[in-house]
Design a protein around this ligand. Structure first.
Ligand SMILES: Cc1cc2nc3c(=O)[nH]c(=O)nc-3n(C[C@H](O)[C@H](O)[C@H](O)COP(=O)(O)OP(=O)(O)OC[C@H]3O[C@@H](n4cnc5c(N)ncnc54)[C@H](O)[C@@H]3O)c2cc1C
Length: 296
């Protein structure tokens, strides 16, 4: 077999993942590849399969805790950022940033994505976790998704919205690791530019006021248990400001853990477990992670 470097042009070895996560935490990936277009994602998955390597799809790294031990496989970073708009529809590569999407929809006077302003991830990551805010989520604007299915062979097929099994921070893509989101077709509604702009500004101001913007975090650590706010439950356990090494449960928002500079993955994990334990003790509620783990 030819070397993996010959098979996948641009693949790198032993790359530190901390630069690719918003928390600024993560050890080395044995192999790391940036896919600039959809075909390159498919090729990279094919190569991982040929070389019997575990692979991990990395978007904006904004909902992730990666172990300091790193990942002994191939990280495929999605940067297929082609984005096209036609009337009410937008076609976006999985690596398109939500900020790109929000900007384009505002420019095109399309409404339905204002809630996504200020979320630092990609379209692929957002679809997998059905990201949302202010009572909306990405599922509401999805028309269809181009998906790579990895089974005994690789198949590319389209999933209509109803086939995606969207739920609160959940989708079929989260349940099945062998599905890779390649591209998405979204349908928005015609809106008024000034109103769209105002809604975006209002949402961004709300984030500035309530969340530790400017500090390194992975967004909300936990999903909100039905009828409760995870942040409030953690706050009521007096855990805001709790520290371990360089990690801190944000003083501003109980559901955010921030990296004050030199936090290790174990520091963050300690605080996650502490919050779970205290909330279980005090309220008999089990907190479940919204973030994903890699390398633990
Ligand atoms: C300050 C801040 C605020 C945030 N606010 C919100 C919020 O209001 N609402 C919200 O829902 N989230 C929020 N988040 C979390 C996060 O930004 C979103 O969940 C985002 O959509 C994750 O996308 P990502 O590209 O960064 O995913 P990553 O963190 O890179 O990956 C997350 C998971 O998705 C998988 N994945 C990524 N791309 C693909 C793909 N193409 N195909 C298959 N799987 C894929 C990864 O393998 C991983 O398991 C916030 C985060 C931060 C730091």
């Amino acid at each position: 077999m030819s070397s993996i470097e010959n098979r996948l042009n641009g693949i790198k070895k032993n790359i530190l993942l901390s630069s690719y996560t918003t928390l600024g935490i993560g050890g080395q990936a044995k192999y790391f590849f940036v896919a600039k277009d959809t075909e390159s994602i498919i090729k990279a998955v094919q190569v991982a399969k040929e070389y019997k390597l575990d692979f991990f799809i990395l978007g904006g790294g904004s909902n992730l805790l990666i172990s300091d031990k790193g990942f002994d496989g191939l990280v495929i970073k999605t940067e297929n950022r082609r984005i096209e708009q036609n009337k009410l529809e937008i076609l976006a590569g999985a690596g398109v940033l939500l900020s790109q999407l929000v900007r384009l929809s505002e420019r095109a006077e399309l409404t339905g994505l204002e809630w996504a302003a200020g979320i630092p991830g990609t379209v692929g990551g957002a679809i997998r976790g059905n990201s949302g805010a202010f009572g909306r989520s990405i599922s509401t604007v999805i028309q269809e998704i181009k998906v790579l299915e990895l089974d005994s062979e690789i198949i590319i097929r389209k999933y209509l919205r109803d086939q995606c099994l969207f739920d609160y921070r959940d989708s079929i893509f989260k349940q099945n690791k062998n599905l890779v989101i390649l591209e998405a077709r979204l349908t928005l509604e015609k809106g008024n530019r000034e109103e769209i702009k105002k809604r975006i500004e209002r949402n961004l101001n709300y984030r500035k006021e309530k969340q530790p913007i400017g500090l390194r975090s992975a967004g909300s650590i936990f999903k909100n248990p039905e009828g409760f706010s995870a942040g409030k439950l953690i706050e009521m356990c007096n855990l805001k400001g709790a520290k371990k090494g360089g990690a801190e449960i944000s003083k501003k928002h109980g559901n955010f853990i921030v990296n004050l500079g030199d936090a290790s993955s174990e520091d963050v994990l300690y605080l996650i477990n502490l919050a779970k334990e205290k909330v279980k003790q005090k309220f008999n509620i089990v907190l479940k992670e919204e973030i994903e783990y890699l390398g633990f």
